[in-house]
Design a protein around this ligand. Sequence first.
Ligand SMILES: Cc1ncc(COP(=O)(O)O)c(C=O)c1O
Length: 459
Amino acid sequence: MKGIEPEMLATWDHRFLWHPFTQMAEWLSEPPLIIERGEGVYLYDAHGNRYLDGVASLWCNVHGHRHPVLDAALHEQANRVAHSTMLGLSNVPAIVLAKELVQRTPASLTRVFYSDSGATAVEIALKIAAQYWQLVGEPQRTEFVSLTEAYHGDTIGAMSVGYSEMFHRFHKPLLFPCHKLDPPHVFRWYRGLSAEAALDAALSEARSFFRQHGAHLAAMIVEPLMQGAAGMWKHDVAYLRGLRDLTREHGVLLICDEVATGFGRTGQLFAVEHAGLEPDMMCLGKGISGGYLPLAATLVREEIFAAFLGPYDAFRAFFHGHTYTGNPLACAVGIASLEVFERERVLDNVRVRARQLEERLEKEFAPLAHVGDVRQWGLMAGIELVANRSSRAPYPAGERVGHKVILAARRRGVVLRPLGNVIVLMPPLCITEEQLDELCQVTWESIREVTENKTSTRS
Ligand SMILES: Cc1ncc(COP(=O)(O)O)c(C=O)c1O
């Protein structure tokens, strides 16, 4: 691909591509930022300009771009075989990674079913849950419950449990019904309540819901501790533990969707570890391959796996699979990524950097005139911009304040991607103290420029 002029690439992008989650009319009116290469936490565009990757290439990059250990694992596997199927065959990296994942995830999880995106990992969990209850003689358990504003991906089942009016209203007729519980999100949902009172209210709503519907529920699905795409809605470990207690009490499977929170993001390898929680199923994606290649996994308890066993002609098997399931290149990089976690003590860095981020968010961002709220777990943060701080009135969507902030950041050499008017900071976990300072400084200046019309730097 060498030698193609950036201007030609921009023309072809506008002529041939349709970008995800993008209003293309707007996209076509702006020059595209075309990434040509990466190195550590930085991305370089086709003109050679450098940008700090402030959202880890959509929350998935872990150890930086072009990490030598991950690159070597990829090359080494490419010299053996790039792909062979998991339907009727197995492959070396898929086996080894499965063992490593089972060793590192909570003890309740013993089996790994691979796929290739977060949405498919969720879809698989939902289908396993639905089939499981029929196999074990409780066919009335067909319903699902999830949290308000949950996001679990864009396939039909994932949209059903993660319904968002804004994103999915055109597809509503295709979706299956799903119950919703309000999480203890104080800023928008439980306005006026303290965090403790909101937690009590949310748990009491959950208790009465489970009393009424528990017998018909197949599973509850939850993004543990941080609902990412909702706008970084954080909840306390006590809420997660409360949901675990209720699902257990009512015999309902608990699916933890760690697609965004997994692989070190919150300061533990998996967010459920903060709550000492053992889910019945776990969905993994994004960081599973260090952010290199499309790979996902659904982990389940042994009892769930065992329910699918039987003679061939009983047809109890899980009839689900994708062509690239367990892709050897992706799994080889996934194994290397886990090695790097230990070798480079990545979680130690996340914890130190998370404290640095927390300090800056509290001292510098929270007091800004148009910052309504800041929310953080580890290296996962949302800064909610509001038109009016005291009434918490949001900016009108058409003003595109979040988008303007990220364009201002881009001019200063940082790539961000907002969730509406929530500015997301989610850098690669290998970020250094100086690089995190750069990310915070640029974001702070960009927010002030757009919301206060101020271009001065921090005093
Ligand atoms: C919690 C969660 N689940 C599922 C998904 C979907 O993952 P993918 O985009 O790989 O399908 C996402 C993506 O952001 C997510 O944050």
